[in-house]
Design a protein around this ligand. Structure first.
Ligand SMILES: NC(=O)c1ccc[n+]([C@@H]2O[C@H](COP(=O)([O-])OP(=O)(O)OC[C@H]3O[C@@H](n4cnc5c(N)ncnc54)[C@H](O)[C@@H]3O)[C@@H](O)[C@H]2O)c1
Length: 475
């Protein structure tokens, strides 16, 4: 019994383009290059194909030119012979010293004595001895790059991905000095500290990945207004560069977290806004979200099928807590100060729990590209579409002592009630965590003294950048 799910035989005369077409939508496949008589001549991985494009080869280049012509392989007989097997392991150890992450996805072809490919085995399995043609289907997990994975959403998403068996690489500049990923201890996880504004860093991070989730931004209207140029570089130019790289390198899956704030000051706030409703962002942040959506979708091709997720305002506990988001802010003020302020109050705002955002992203990753590629989806749930005043009154159910101050003269112009039917119909439907449950979770989080100083700037993008600006203007 051979495992044909881990490798694919392609003739040496075929091109890079042909190889990409053959492995489309499959993760972790080894391409074994064969001659006319079916004998193994070389190997190439998806990562190698992409590296050859970066080296200037074209999609029409023949595989025999770019393949590894001296591949490490193992014969069926050697698999049963400890001595010979160890020779091969020693060679691999020299090629990949101390890299327990790569060993999870490096595949070695198994050949018979006539050099005909009979299977493939992962480096890890070769070492552990759990092989002998017992490799399960789809054993090599998909490798996901999460750019901005140390943030409020990212640090929850990364854990959820690892739990589901994905391999995860995070690129983040840890600008908020966050320790949100410190406790993750897994061979399936790798972190790169680096700036997404730098294209060299993006190129380094993107090697050997199957899909990209892009979260690295200056997040929120006030923070973007404080550092508009950095925000433009991060939220537009870097997103654009990453999308171009994925498109160029045939990385089909790209998920971008946009925001329902693109609807901004809706002209018809009492009706549900769908993905095709008109947009009207009211801030630099919202406008850049829209520009990035356009820039990403403009690059759609046969080899690039991005998905745009317009998230509701997120709430809930994370490994990088933020108290500058409406539910989290109300909960923090209700718990620590027994008082909260509402500006305006009549404006509609959709809300979604951070764990449900992770679920929604993972469902997109698991969906067929023909369904989710080149699509925009609103992410959230009907029951969490609430007026801000109602978000405040819900807090009172969990924090009964809270006094609610309403300031009708100061208003937030953002006002949008959103429909989530498209995602539910096309991708997935599940039970979303309610705002009230979110308040209960935050209450317990505070009660368990998991936050020492709730006003620390690390919990507020705006405070962080205010202090940053002040310090920089002094120097
Ligand atoms: N939180 C929400 O309510 C919400 C709503 C809608 C959309 N979104 C979108 O979700 C994404 C993530 O938001 P979040 O709430 O997790 O924000 P966050 O500020 O907690 O996370 C952003 C992450 O990006 C990193 N980062 C910033 N600049 C970087 C750079 N130049 N290079 C590398 N890393 C960099 C930060 O260190 C941080 O880890 C953003 O695209 C945001 O617009 C968030």
């Amino acid at each position: 019994m051979h495992d044909s799910n881990l490798y694919i035989n392609i003739n040496e005369e075929k091109t890079i383009r042909y190889a990409f077409e053959k492995i489309k939508s499959k993760f972790g496949i080894l391409i074994t290059i064969i001659d006319k008589s079916g004998k193994l001549k070389g190997v190439i991985t998806e990562g190698d194909l992409r590296r050859s494009l970066l080296k200037g080869y074209s999609l029409e280049t023949q595989l025999k030119i770019v393949m590894n012509k001296v591949p490490v392989y193992i014969t069926s007989n050697q698999l049963n012979n400890e001595g010979n097997k160890n020779d091969i392991i020693n060679r691999l150890n020299k090629l990949y010293p101390d890299d327990s992450y790569s060993r999870k996805y490096i595949l070695i072809p198994i050949v018979d004595d006539k050099m005909i490919v009979k299977g493939a085995i992962s480096f890890d399995e070769l070492i552990s001895g759990t092989y002998l043609y017992k490799i399960k289907k789809n054993k090599i997990p998909a490798k996901i790059l999460v750019v901005g994975g140390a943030g409020y959403i990212g640090s929850v998403l990364v854990r959820a991905l690892l739990k589901k068996g994905y391999m995860v690489k995070v690129l983040d500049n840890f600008v908020y000095n966050q320790d949100s990923l410190d406790k993750i201890n897994s061979d399936y996880f790798k972190r790169i500290k680096g700036d997404a504004i730098d294209t060299n860093t993006l190129i380094k991070a993107i090697s050997n990945v199957d899909a990209v989730v892009y979260l690295a931004e200056i997040v929120g209207d006030p923070a973007c207004a404080l550092i508009p140029e950095t925000a433009f570089k991060t939220n537009f130019l870097s997103v654009n560069s990453m999308a171009s790289l994925c498109s160029y390198l045939n990385i089909n899956r790209f998920i971008y977290t946009s925001s329902c704030s693109v609807y901004g000051a809706s002209k018809d706030p009492d009706n549900f806004l769908t993905e095709s409703s008109s947009v009207n962002p009211v801030s630099h942040y919202g406008r850049m979200k829209l520009m990035s959506e356009h820039a990403i979708l403009n690059q759609v091709s046969q080899n690039f099928s991005p998905t745009i997720l317009r998230l509701s305002t997120v709430f809930g506990v994370s490994n990088r807590s933020r108290f500058d988001l409406v539910v989290n802010l109300f909960a923090k003020n209700a718990y620590f100060y027994k008082e909260l302020n509402v500006f305006g109050g009549e404006q509609w705002r959709p809300n979604v729990h951070v764990k449900d955002v992770s679920k929604a992203i993972i469902s997109v990753l698991n969906s067929k590209l023909e369904i989710v590629g080149n699509r925009i989806y609103n992410i959230g749930n009907k029951k969490n579409n609430l007026k801000i005043i109602d978000v405040a009154y819900l807090a009172k159910e969990i924090f009964p002592k809270v006094k609610i101050n309403i300031n009708k003269s100061e208003k937030d112009n953002r006002n949008y009630k959103v429909s989530f039917d498209k995602y539910e119909k096309e991708v997935d439907s599940f039970n979303y965590i309610s705002v009230k449950e979110g308040y209960r979770e935050l209450y317990n989080f505070f009660k368990n003294k998991l936050i020492k100083n709730p006003e620390n700037k690390i919990y507020y993008n705006i405070k962080f950048w205010e202090e940053y600006n002040n310090e920089n203007s002094k120097s």
